[in-house]
Ligand binder design. Structure first.
Ligand code: GLU
Length: 298
């Protein structure tokens, strides 16, 4: 795939929220961190709407996040990329991986995947390896299907996901995968990526013809993003992104992982846990300046 180079030679940053709920303070921290670093480095700041999950993302949340970001006073470049309008770009990347035999269809349901792992654990008396998010690695059942049979099942319309064959993917790029992390003072250090700890990740779902991992990598390249500023919760997943960049011949941006905001129980703020939204704070009379100050950007 060809990446479009940034037009100005300036660093390019992006904030990339998913419109599946209202933004909370954690999102504000991420957006403001991007803004501060872009300003410091004289960079451009882009907004990308990560709305591939058509079932969970809603237009009113897109309007809501635009409103919240405008209220916070963050200025993005006018062209906003919406992932749901670019499924063909992700399809091309999938085809490139498919042609190299690096992805395979998997017909297992979630229950089957869970049952497989439980059976292995019962058999060996040992716990099956987990990925960095704590989910058991895929057992690999469909990796061994006869390719002809798998193709026939796909052609017959059987529901499936597409998984990356992690062992083959790593063999294709060689060992020693690494990327550079930068800090707010501008210094950089190299870190080793260990994508194998994720196993055969899903790159396209039954209902969504792509995945977070694939679209984020394709879009960062197509938008010429040079600096990715994201929360520490996405640090481990960056290993998958660096591997995909390598496989697809795309540049690897520099990365910075910012702190996470925790609730009173020490858990990360989340839409699913009804963390107080920026809209609620605003309605309760909090000013944008107060939010900036509270997050250390006053
Ligand atoms: N869309 C992702 C989220 O809202 C973040 C994307 C990224 O920084 O790669 O968590």
């Amino acid at each position: 795939m060809e990446a479009i180079p940034p037009d100005s030679g300036k660093p390019v940053f992006r904030f990339a929220p998913s419109p599946n709920g209202r933004l909370h303070l954690g999102h504000a921290l991420s957006a403001l961190s991007n803004e501060a670093m872009a300003r410091k480095l004289g960079g451009r700041l882009l907004l990308r709407i990560e709305d591939i999950d058509l079932a969970r993302c809603r237009p009113e949340f897109v309007d809501g996040l635009m409103e919240d970001l405008a209220w916070l006073g963050i200025a993005f470049e006018p062209e906003v990329r919406r992932q749901s309008q670019h499924f063909d770009d992700y399809e091309r990347a999938l085809t490139a991986l498919q042609e190299r035999g690096l992805i395979y269809p998997c017909f297992c349901s979630r229950q089957e995947v869970r049952a497989d792992v439980a059976a292995r654990e019962a058999e060996t008396g040992q716990s099956w390896p987990r990925d960095p998010d704590g989910a058991p690695l895929y057992s690999g059942r469909c990796r061994w299907l006869d390719p002809g049979e798998a193709a026939q099942r796909v052609a017959a319309g059987e529901a499936h996901v597409l998984r990356l064959d992690m062992a083959r993917a790593i063999a294709a790029v060689g060992t020693g995968l690494s990327y550079a992390v930068f800090d707010s003072g501008g210094s950089r250090h190299e870190v080793t990526a260990a994508p194998e700890r994720w196993g055969d990740v899903v790159l396209a779902r039954k209902d969504v013809p792509t995945s977070y991992h694939l679209s984020v990598v394709v879009d960062d390249a197509l938008q010429g993003v040079t600096h990715v500023v994201r929360g520490r919760d996405l640090e481990a997943a960056t290993d998958i992104h660096v591997l995909l960049q390598c496989l697809l011949g795309l540049p690897t941006p520099l990365y910075h992982f910012h702190r996470l905001l925790l609730d009173d129980d020490g858990r990360k703020l989340a839409k699913s846990r009804q963390s107080e939204s920026l809209a609620e704070l605003r309605a309760a009379g909090t000013s944008a300046a107060a939010v900036r100050r509270q997050l250390g950007f006053g």
